[in-house]
Design a protein around this ligand. Structure first.
Ligand SMILES: [Zn+2]
Length: 105
């Protein structure tokens, strides 16, 4: 627990961009940055936005065949061609754990 805190402090010092990206959803940390360094805050927001866009582009293609990923009526996402389920709200089907390339929703 103690190590985790000092690692975080070190990351903040050595690599502030990654530190703030890691804590992007922490309102306290980001609120503080917004006041102390608005320029860095703006930069982090932009990087975060670009990363999310990339993530969306990535998860809309099948990792196996590259075809389009579509969403099923139960919220699961699967490949239009090969049927590979890439994302779902559960990773168990009929008592078996299934591998989801893009993880849980
Ligand atoms: Zn596919």
């Amino acid at each position: 627990m103690c190590d985790e805190i000092s690692d975080d402090a070190r990351l903040k010092h050595e690599d502030p961009i990654n530190y703030y990206l890691k804590h992007f959803h922490d309102q306290e940390i980001m609120g503080e940055l917004r006041w102390s360094d608005p320029y860095l805050y703006f930069q982090i927001s932009r990087i975060h936005y670009i990363q999310e866009l990339k993530d969306k582009t990535l998860t809309s293609k099948c990792p196996d065949c590259g075809d389009e990923i579509i969403q099923g009526e139960w919220g699961e996402e699967y490949c239009n061609s090969c049927g590979l389920v890439t994302r779902s709200t559960y990773d168990y089907v009929g008592g078996f754990k299934i591998y989801l390339p893009y993880g849980l929703k």
